[in-house]
Design a binder for this molecule. Structure first.
Ligand code: ADP
Ligand code: MG
Length: 372
């Protein structure tokens, strides 16, 4: 029972959001524009999302009483991060609908379960092997070859919890440094580019995908997203179809992101491999705030509210630049860039690697008359 079909919010109703980062903040701002209230639950008293809502719960995810009181105050519950503890999701879902359904987290919190799920749909991924010991890692390398990427099955983000293994590296040492008992080894994909698709699915099964986004990472952290991706139309359609199939197979309600690699494949037709699924709004979809008629945040709120999804129209060629760490200090320069829209997350100290804000620039695409 997902509860999805029971949810039909009215303006003035309240959405509960687990997690108080910038994603929760932007979800709450999108909800406010639709006349909905939000209540944030986050253990961090410095949560940037607290600043934009009237009611917030600052408590640990293990605090059952706080979870129950929070649930009583809201009409539907969603989350802005995928590592919601299963126990918290269980407590909440006994009181209010939790969307996307908490069972989806079991698949997407675990890289092995996620890859098994994706390949089970007949969708390509990098080759991968389950690894739980140093000896297992040696065996996996023998099967997959090098270079390869070792990743912890759980809690990885922004390149944390993973390492590239190259010829000559000592697998025993890599294993000790990774510091886990459950990992996967993936073949290294010599990708031509990285793309993502932001897809939304409503409770009635309707799916809306945004145009494919092309992503550039710096130090494993997303730096620039561009939409549309510079890929052939057939490949873009394939990527969007993959995201839609994943959303449908998960019986998903809300917005999800599917990260993919584009493989040049030695002159043959390029193809896409799925890298990972994020069961939430995603950094590579921030361009939709200013570059599309309906943002990913609004789309997520519409889906979990039981409202019709928007049919997003892109306004032009969009570039989104993350302001990471000290780059936030340049905000006044960005504010002066003609046509740029600046988003600052209201976070405290700009630690290295911390996402502090982003800037969107939309270049209008002029429709020229077809050549005669
Ligand atoms: N198998 C792979 N082959 C090549 N590059 C990879 C591979 N897996 C990950 N990467 C690179 O590392 C980045 C982060 O990996 P990812 O699995 O997306 O973890 P997360 O985003 O959770 O840190 C990817 O965006 C990609 O640039
Ligand atoms: Mg990723």
């Amino acid at each position: 029972m997902t509860g999805a079909n029971r949810v039909k919010l009215k303006p003035g109703d309240t959405v509960g959001i687990l997690g108080g980062g910038q994603l929760g903040r932007m979800l709450a701002m999108a909800a406010a524009r639709l006349g909905l209230r939000c209540q944030i639950f986050s253990p961090d008293p410095e949560s940037p999302a607290f600043d934009v809502v009237l009611n917030a719960t600052c408590a640990e995810y293990a605090d059952v009483e706080a979870l129950e009181l929070f649930a009583n105050d809201v009409d539907v519950i969603t989350y802005e991060f995928e590592n919601v503890p299963a126990s918290a999701a269980m407590v909440l879902s006994s009181r209010r609908p939790v969307l996307p359904d908490r069972k989806i987290l079991e698949t997407t919190q675990d890289r092995l379960a996620e890859k098994d799920f994706v390949t089970g749909l007949g969708i390509g991924t990098a080759d991968y092997v389950d690894v739980s010991t140093a000896a297992g890692l040696r065996g996996a390398i023998a099967r997959i070859g090098l270079p390869a990427v070792i990743k912890t099955r759980r809690f990885g983000y922004d390149g944390k919890g993973q390492a590239i293994i190259r010829d000559g590296d000592d697998p025993g040492r890599v294993w000790t440094e990774l510091g886990t008992k459950s990992a996967i080894l993936e073949s290294f994909v010599p990708f031509e580019r990285e793309i993502s698709v932001i897809a939304a699915r409503a409770a009635d099964g309707t799916v809306e995908c945004y145009d494919v986004t092309e992503n550039e990472h710096r130090d494993h952290i997303l730096k620039i997203s561009r939409a549309p991706a510079a890929i052939p139309a057939t490949l873009a359609e394939e990527a969007r179809a993959i995201a839609g199939r994943i959303a449908t197979a998960l019986d998903y309600v809300g917005v999800l992101a599917v990260e993919m690699f584009v493989l040049a494949d030695g002159g043959a037709e390029p193809k896409v491999l799925v890298n990972e699924i994020a069961p939430r709004v995603h950094n590579s979809g921030h361009w939709t705030l200013d570059g599309a008629s309906v943002s990913q945040f609004e789309q997520h709120i519409r889906a979990i509210a039981g409202w019709p999804l928007g049919k997003p129209v892109r306004h032009g060629a969009v570039t989104m630049t993350n302001l990471i760490g000290d780059e936030i200090k340049d905000y006044e320069q960005w504010l002066a860039v003609p046509g740029a829209t600046v988003h600052l997350y209201g976070k405290g100290a700009p630690r290295p690697g911390r996402k502090m804000g982003h800037v969107t620039e939309v270049a209008a695409v002029t429709k020229s008359a077809p050549p005669r």
